[in-house]
Structures are given as C-alpha cells and as structure tokens.
Design a protein around this ligand. Structure first.
Ligand code: IMP
Ligand code: MG
Length: 333
C-alpha cells in the first residue's frame, strides 16, 4: 500500500498536472483524489496530440482503471465539473464527497470585482467567496443538490478502505506552498492551506497514513496575479529565456524568476517532503527534451539536478523533460 501526496512547492503552475498524470498511469492507483481550493486551479495535460485543461477533475483521470474523487474540503463549480466529466469521458468513475462546498452565481459575482480581483489578483472563479461562506456556515454543500446525487460517495471512507486493502492511492494538491493561506505571502494567497497537511485534511486522510510526499518545483519560478516574487525578471528577459507563460485559468501572463533555493528549502520543510519532482528541465536545457534516462542528460542538466539534491538534502526522483505524459525521468528505484 502506498499513499502518495503531490503538492506544488512554489506559487502553483509547477506542472503538477503532468507529473500526476504520469504517476496515475505508472503506479496504477485505485483512486486518484484531489484536495486543495477549487476551480481556481488549472492543470494542463498533454497526451499525444490531445491537450486537456482541467480545473475540477483530478489530473489523474487519464488512467481509465482508476476512480477519480474530490475531497470534502474542496469547493466545486458543478457546471465546470459536469462539463469536464462529459468532455473527457470520465463518466461513471468520477465522484465527489457529500460535503464538498458548492460555488454559486453570487460567489462568481463577488470574485469578479473589488479587492479580491484588484488587490489580490484572484482568478475570479468564486473559490474565495465560497470558502468565506463556508467559514460563515452558510455555504450549500453537494448533498443539497439533487443534480449531483449520482456523483456522491464517502471519499474519506473510500480512500482509507483502499489503503487498508493494500491499494495505491494518489493524492493531488492544487496551487502551491506559497499561495497557502497559512504559510504563503499573505494576503496575496488563496483561500485555503494548500500544503501537504492541508491537502490530506481536505480528503480525510490522517497524518500517520501518508507514505510519500512529492513536492513539485518547476526549473524556474512563476507567479500569476499580485504579490512578492524575489528576483523577478522583466517580461522581456523572461521571454528571452523562454519562460513567458500564460495562466491556464485566467490567460494572464505569468511573472518569472530563477529557481529560488530559499523558497524551495522552506517548501521542503513545510510539506515534509520525501521526494522532489523537477519539471520543465527541457526549458532550461533544450538538449534534454524528451529524455527518459538520467544518464542521457547533459552535464549541465545533471549538475543542476545534483545541486538541488545537495542544497535541499532531498532526492530528485521524477524529472519532467517535455510536455507529454511520458516525457519523464523516473529515478524512484
Ligand atoms: P484566488 O485563489 O482565485 O482567490 O487567487 C488568489 C491568488 O492565488 C491569485 O494571485 C491567483 O493568481 C493565485 N492562484 C490561485 N489559484 C492558482 C493556481 O492554481 N495556480 C497559480 N496561481 C493561483
Ligand atoms: Mg495551473
């Protein structure tokens, strides 16, 4: 039995979606379960020529043998969820907990203007206002909606039972460590704790049941919206380096900076990381594109990875070398 938690180590958009879809296929977990905030998250997954942009469904849905679930701590936009289940053909194996909070029109309206939008640079997805209503104990939950009844399952019971039966469970976080409401760059953060402990609380998995925590870092740092970003590059310099990216949910240009060892060290601590995943190595070292073996990397790329391992005292086990699900170096064994 292995429970593996995957979380972002910087400000989200580290490429977790692709790493999770790789693990979902490779490790064949029985259940892939999502914690985190809500549809403010966006994961891009490429399978061959097909590109999926997911906001609600767990990114591991590419494994057709797995059940995908959303934990009770997550707020759901039912329209987005139902559309993704249909469009990505995940019908019959997608489930939510009865206690998932539901985003309604009023939350979308509150999120599209004012402080949240202008000062914090929120995604406008209604996630923050829905979580605020939840704290006030007025938010409606999934169990209050007849239209969602066929999706409801007891998520904490299902995942704990699967682990008791020696099955693998893959747990996916959203956003990144420094967008955490507790540990991030407050007030420029999301409306939840999104570190590994928070993600586990979202899905109902106790701390003694966690085996592996993989913290995902991109080879450089990006941030969308406002808030501090140390050593931020000008948009022009970011573009020159090939680091100009655009958000999956909002389409906004992401701000960029070099890999930040101080942030990374703190992320390792806050999440209790047992492993590190580094994504987009091919963006730093184009000669590494599509490589699947560490030995085939260039010396510069090897040095970059080894330096991370030495400075952070944690093994880099999974390395992304391209956008496709199989552009991965897996050094876990
Ligand atoms: P909110 O969670 O929509 O309120 O946004 C709060 C801050 O977190 C803003 O700076 C957003 O850009 C950022 N944010 C929220 N979700 C994500 C994500 O999934 N990836 C990257 N940034 C995010
Ligand atoms: Mg994203």
């Amino acid at each position: 039995m292995t429970s593996t938690v995957v979380v972002g180590g910087f400000f989200g958009d580290e490429g977790k979606g692709k790493i999770i879809s790789y693990l979902a296929i490779k490790d064949n977990p029985k259940i892939i379960v999502r914690g985190g905030a809500g549809p403010n998250a966006g994961h891009t997954i490429r399978d061959g020529n097909r590109v999926y942009k997911v906001r609600m469904l767990p990114s591991g849905f590419l494994n057709k043998n797995a059940k995908v679930m959303i934990g009770p701590g997550v707020v759901i936009n039912p329209d987005i969820l139902q559309k993704e289940i249909k469009d990505f053909n995940v019908i019959g194996r997608s489930f939510i907990d009865k206690n998932c909070g539901i985003i309604e029109e009023t939350h979308l309206q509150q999120d599209s203007k004012g402080e949240l939008k202008e000062k914090i640079g929120s995604t406008g997805s209604g996630t923050g206002p829905a979580n605020a209503d939840r704290a006030m104990r007025v938010l409606k939950l999934a169990k209050d909606f007849e239209s969602l009844s066929s999706l409801i399952i007891d998520v904490p019971f299902e995942i704990n039972s699967a682990l008791d039966a020696n099955e693998n469970v893959l747990i996916e976080g959203t956003q990144g460590t420094f967008l955490s409401l507790w540990h991030g760059t407050y007030p420029f953060v999301t409306s939840k704790d999104v570190t590994a402990s928070g993600i586990c609380a979202d899905i109902g998995l106790g701390p003694t049941k966690v085996d592996e925590v993989i913290v995902v870092f991109k080879s450089y740092v990006t941030r969308v919206g406002t808030g501090p970003l140390n050593n931020e590059l000008s948009l022009e310099d970011a573009k020159k380096k090939g680091w100009s990216e655009f958000g999956t949910v909002t389409g906004r240009q992401r701000r960029a900076a070099d890999f930040d060892f101080d942030l990374a060290r703190r992320a390792i601590m806050l999440n209790g990381a047992t492993q590190i995943s580094i994504t987009k190595l091919d963006v730093l070292f184009s000669e590494c594109t599509g490589k699947t073996s560490f030995d085939d990397l260039s010396d510069d790329a090897k040095t970059f990875i080894k330096n991370i391992e030495n400075k952070l005292n944690t093994r880099v086990t999974i390395i992304g070398t391209g956008p496709s699900v199989n552009d991965v170096i897996d050094r876990r064994n």
